[in-house]
Design a protein around this ligand. Structure first.
Ligand code: FAD
Length: 346
């Protein structure tokens, strides 16, 4: 397979390390994390990562699982197009609204997922030249500005650098505590893109100029029309057998610590280790292996769900003693540096 970092790094073709910057209104300088040989971070662009993961795998796209049957002999899945597949193990990596989970627990997603009381507005913007350079300087991959007095939290991130190396796609998310976000009468359900942008610009006007810029450069057409409702999932137990869950289907979490995908990979690797070499006819061995996997995965997943939910809480933002973590690393002081786009072109 192609080298993972080469194939997926969202900063390519720039020769810059993945870097997350964190700024506080009431503290000088910045902290954050950065890719180093001792503490590597790969910030992967989603489409490139999917392409890399697809290497030599004959994927059949557009197959939607409808029904699942399983017993001690094997598993059988029926798809929406009427086709079926049979096998020894079914791994449900079908995301937050998992149909495999629904089959396994006999409960629909709405009975299991927990609302995260946040109203979020999401924007996307293309940048070039000096505006792009200024965002890279704030955090090569992403940055946040934290203050307990703002009443909102935001995450500003690079999606990917364009092949020309002087322009890029950015996205941001601005969130306010709001338990009523699901109500059909909530203003976000009906707001236009311009109304959402105006709301964001009013809130962002409290920020220092350089942290406002990304919002100010976003056109109304760059505001996501759908209202994003955050939900997460903590499961206490899962039955062990031929149907197994991994990733968001087992432990969906908010993205504030950037760990959901990371834990999906850990799940996949741990499950593979458990299953490899098993006799597919030996149901006792399969049950034992899956029970061990479930136990570790659910405990690790639930902890990540709780940590991710609390990461953006008011208390957390005020707290100066607890160590902050992002991309699974403790943050450390991160000196600010000026960037010359030509010089960092690889
Ligand atoms: C805004 C945002 C930012 C994030 N940032 C980060 C980050 O920086 N770092 C990180 O580690 N994680 C991040 N995450 C989390 C990460 O995206 C998820 O944890 C990860 O994608 C979960 O992978 P998964 O395979 O379990 O589920 P998904 O990626 O949701 O994939 C599920 C797949 O199953 C398919 N599917 C669903 N139902 C069916 C069905 N019935 N039949 C067949 N197929 C079906 C879906 O189409 C989809 O392709 C972020 C998430 C969001 C929303």
């Amino acid at each position: 397979m192609e080298d993972l970092k080469q194939a997926t790094d969202h900063l390519q073709p720039l020769n810059l390390p993945a870097q997350m910057g964190i700024y506080f209104q009431d503290r000088p300088g910045r902290v954050g994390v950065e890719d180093t040989p001792d503490a590597p971070i790969i910030r992967a662009e989603r489409r490139r990562l999917r392409n890399w993961l697809s290497t030599n795998i004959p994927i059949q796209w557009g197959k939607k699982v409808n029904t699942i049957e399983h017993n001690d002999e094997g598993v059988s899945v029926t798809f929406e197009d009427g086709s079926t597949a049979k096998g020894d193990i079914l791994v449900g990596a079908d995301g937050i609204n998992s149909i495999v989970r629904q089959h396994l627990l006999q409960k629909p997603a709405k009975d299991l997922l927990k609302l995260v009381p946040l109203a979020a507005i999401v924007g996307e913007v293309a940048l070039e030249g000096d505006a792009f350079k200024r965002q890279l300087e704030l955090g090569h991959s992403a940055y946040v500005y934290m203050s307990p007095t703002l009443g909102f939290a935001n995450f500003n991130g690079l999606h990917e650098v364009n092949p020309d190396g002087v322009s890029a796609k950015y996205y941001w998310m601005l969130m306010q505590p709001d338990a009523s976000v699901e109500d059909s009468e909530h203003w976000l359900q009906k707001a236009t893109q311009q109304e959402k942008l105006d709301h964001v610009l009013k809130l962002a006007s409290k920020l220092p100029a350089r942290f406002r810029e990304l919002f100010e450069l976003t056109p109304a057409s760059g505001i996501k029309t759908e209202t994003h409702i955050w939900r997460d999932l903590e499961l206490e137990s899962l039955p062990a057998g031929r149907v197994v869950l991994l990733g968001d289907s087992a432990h969906a979490m908010t993205p504030f610590r950037g760990e959901g995908g990371y834990h999906s990979f850990i799940d996949a690797m741990k499950l593979s280790e458990k299953l490899v070499g098993l006799d597919s006819k030996d149901i006792d061995a399969i049950n034992a292996a899956v029970a061990e996997y479930n136990s570790e995965m659910l405990e690790r997943g639930a902890e990540a769900v709780r940590n991710s939910r609390n990461e953006n809480s008011d208390k957390r933002t005020r707290d100066t003693k607890t160590k902050l973590t992002t991309a699974n690393q403790l943050v450390r002081p991160l000196p600010e540096v000026e960037i010359d786009l030509k010089a960092v072109r690889s």
